[in-house]
Ligand binder design. Structure first.
Ligand code: PLP
Length: 393
């Protein structure tokens, strides 16, 4: 084939999440939006904070050439200073602008991190169930994506399963807490156990294993502590995004942090910059870098998600569904009422309920319900969830 086979495959393969969302949009046009309960996408439903609009308006008064210019590849120094200062206040660290590289969202942060870390033949471990794009980015960077199931009861990291999976080829492990699709938040103890395991394996194998911490949901937690992973394990890279915390998914802005405590800091910081260059990102959007500097400490409005979470968990619990109590993010992981999640999804779909079957996330038998939707969608969907349960009685 004269064109790139792998790119063709990724472009022509159907993403089941996107397909369900497209079906939902078409179905809403057909029978009215109030009659379709679309829980497919992780698109934040709360508006971006007012501070975002104010920041944009302030930027618009800058001379246009200055406003729209390229920024340095790593981002505007004052923006990286502001992010570093915010992290230092929150996590008692001493990061500097030079530890940060501004990106086009978490997707770019992750693909840059994988390109910075791996060589052909390396393996990167992902914890199933996982955000499906991880494997695309890992494979594109030249490594093999190795799936390891989370603990099937708690959905915390399964340390023994990880012990079995780590080989001399393991270059990195991706951790995502608060987690998409499960809503789990890894406890400090669980992360400390992971750190001990990695130190032990590094010593036994004579290798280095990095943690790539994917944190777009850090701000969306319902009371659980979200530990700062570089303080638990030093060979960590943090990938962050404002897509969820400031409800800016379409604006593409985030960062990669190579903490100053990472023993390979200097080489890694160059490799991150090189990966950004290699991938052709040039720089993160200039306007939204400025928004980040202005809004770095603006809190996420999690109250709306918390209200949805309460209504959904109480409603589904009363109907006899089993689910993982979500501690963060805006996803509910619900046990399908039959072993085949796809068949369960088809029955849900016939009742205008659109969750995502768990097979998309590398795990059988569950569905993901994205509750970053309007409150009325959650409440009005409950009779349909009731009918769905009844079809299994
Ligand atoms: N990682 C996880 C776990 C996600 O859920 C998402 C988006 O939904 C991303 C990364 C990508 O985020 P972004 O839109 O900032 O690229």
């Amino acid at each position: 084939m004269p064109i790139n086979q792998r790119s063709y495959d990724y472009g022509s393969a159907k993403s089941s999440i996107r397909e369900i969302a497209a079906y939902g949009a078409a179905r809403k046009a057909e029978i009215g939006p109030q009659n379709v309960f679309d829980f497919s996408l992780g698109n934040p439903s709360i508006p971006a904070p007012e501070a975002v609009r104010e920041s944009i308006e302030r930027s618009l008064s800058l001379p246009p050439v200055q406003l729209h210019s390229y920024t340095p590849g790593a981002g505007l120094p004052q923006v990286r200073d502001a992010v570093a200062a915010s992290l230092n206040r929150r996590f008692a660290c001493s990061y500097k602008a030079g530890d940060l590289y501004m990106t086009c969202g978490a997707a770019a942060s992750l693909s840059i991190s994988f390109h910075a870390l791996v060589n052909p033949g390396d393996e990167v471990i992902v914890i199933a169930p996982f955000f499906p794009e991880y494997c695309v980015w890992i494979q594109t960077a030249g490594a093999r994506c190795v799936e390891v199931m989370a603990d099937p009861q708690s959905f915390q990291l399964d340390i023994e399963a990880l012990r079995d999976a780590i080989t001399e080829r393991t270059k990195a492990i991706v951790v995502n807490s608060p987690n998409n699709p499960v809503g789990a938040v890894y406890s400090r103890q669980n992360l400390q156990d992971l750190a001990s395991l990695l130190h032990e394996r590094e010593k036994a194998l004579g290798t280095k294993v990095y943690l790539v911490s994917d944190e777009p949901y850090r701000e969306i937690s319902y009371g659980a502590e979200v530990p700062w992973i570089p303080s638990v394990y030093d060979r960590t890279i943090v990938c962050y995004s404002y897509s969820k915390s400031l409800s800016l998914p379409g604006e593409r802005v985030g960062w990669v942090l190579v903490p100053d405590t990472n023993p390979d800091h200097d080489e890694l910081a160059f490799a991150v910059a090189g990966a950004g260059r290699k991938l052709g990102f040039v720089c993160a959007p200039a306007l939204f870098q400025r928004v980040v500097a202005d809004c770095v400490d603006v809190p996420s409005d999690v109250a709306a998600y918390e209200r949805n979470r309460k209504a959904l968990t109480e409603g589904l619990s009363a109907l006899g569904y089993e689910y993982v109590e979500p501690q963060g993010a805006f996803y509910l992981w619900v046990k399908a009422l039959e072993p085949d999640a796809q068949a369960f999804f088809e029955k849900a779909k016939s009742l205008e309920l659109l969750p995502v079957p768990s097979d998309s996330f590398g795990c059988p038998g569950w569905v993901r319900v994205s509750y970053c939707v309007g409150y009325e969608t959650v409440v009005n969907s409950l009779p349909a969830w009731g009918k769905l349960a009844q079809t299994y009685r």
